[in-house]
Design a protein around this ligand. Structure first.
Ligand code: SF4
Ligand code: SF4
Length: 97
């Protein structure tokens, strides 16, 4: 064992953000243990899920929800929680491995 304690210069560099907005490049969907399933027939297009999703994974086109971006969705379940009780257009299911 070395008799010299490592200093901060010896710690590997990590967690650096080199480009603004680079989070879009990272496939965070692989972190998911649960997956939101959207039922387009039940959806009333209130877009509450879009407002709350912390990963900008609710896909919207022409002011309407069109799907879920599974490349970035981390499966937090917030979208299912905020979808109105009388609607429940998003259901969380266990992610298949
Ligand atoms: S589960 Fe979480 S990250 Fe995925 S779409 Fe819903 S709110 Fe967004
Ligand atoms: S919160 Fe529910 S009803 Fe509203 S847009 Fe999202 S899925 Fe549709």
């Amino acid at each position: 064992m070395s008799d010299k304690m490592p200093g901060w210069r010896d710690i590997p560099i990590g967690g650096m953000i080199l480009d603004a907005g680079n989070s879009a490049k990272y496939e965070t969907g692989t972190w998911r243990s649960s997956k939101p399933i959207w039922d387009a027939d039940k959806c009333i297009q209130c877009l509450t899920c879009w407002i709350y999703c912390p990963d900008s994974s609710i896909q919207v086109k022409d002011e309407k929800m069109v799907g879920i971006d599974y490349f970035h969705c981390k499966g937090c379940g917030l979208c299912a929680s905020v979808c109105p009780d009388k609607v429940q257009a998003i259901t969380m299911v266990i992610e298949e491995t």
